[in-house]
Design a protein around this ligand. Sequence first.
Ligand SMILES: [Zn+2]
Length: 368
Amino acid sequence: MIFAYEKLAHCGRARAGVFHTPHGDIPTPVFAPVGTAATVKGVPPRDLKELGATLVLANTYHLYLRPGDELVARLGGLHRFMGWDGPLLTDSGGFQVFSLQDLRKVDDDGVTFRSHLDGSTHRFTPEKVIAIEENLGADIIMVLDECPPPTQREVNEQALRRTHRWAERCQRAQTRSDQALFGIVQGGVFHDLREQSARFLMALDFPGYAIGGLAVGETKDQMHGVLDLLDPILPEHKPRYLMGVGTAEDFFEAVARGVDIFDCVLPTRLARHGAAMTNTGRVNLRNQSLAEDHGPIENGCACYACTHFSRGYIRHLMVAKEILGLYLASIHNLHFLLNTMRQIRESIFDGTFEQLKVEMLPRLTSTA
Ligand SMILES: [Zn+2]
């Protein structure tokens, strides 16, 4: 079977394993950098390989609008188009479309929306989204789901019914056997809805399950509560993907609750805002106090930015708006998250995950 997940070790409820895909094995738990428009902003695939990335996410909504999924297909599919031969994941575009608020209208059959680029009108149905994702050709693809605000019960009940019908339709619409279609568990912060969603999707027997609708405004306790609930319900022999979550803090808390896959735009987005992620929180690389600092962004960091350049130099690049500054900060932030996840994975094999969590978590005072 192309998409088998093997659980290789566990430490408490934290799992270490490997997910096999047509473009290679993904060691889990894993952090996937986000390449919204078929590029992890400013970072070539060669660097991603060197940083140890094993899975990259691209956004269906953005690629459908520009340059168009059919064009990507004509240019050989997303792997060849973006020059990344490792595993790829595409979302369904649902999250972006539902974020458009005034620009979209949902009904039971699908969602009509206006492009944020030129205002043109478009429509996503489950069948359309699968056709787009098949044109793009990622190894892991997602069902179309509705993403309501997590704390409004009635809205979540209605959205859940729709999400489940859409999941069935996506499954029926799939024609390629070399792509793993994941179901997405929704239900906001409501435990009965979450359980109902997980059980409904499990009956459809997807090769993996995503947990959607979290990290969108609920509290950390609410998020952890949903993960605690789902961990014993979701099948042990399938990967679990917590969508859009990606601080080092979140990695520890969610891996401890049985999550395997993460993605987040944060490392490159923060870099563009001049912020570095470190073991002791965030550093503003534009800060005047770094002007004559000889040290690296983070002491002991093995990334290219930290082994070759001083904080003083990188601050100069940031202030002067030099592209290299953004590149170096992106490299460092990606290294930081990928390396943190590697440490987490190793600690699960060693049986020291809890110790690592206790040691690192208090220092990771994320200001997100
Ligand atoms: Zn570094």
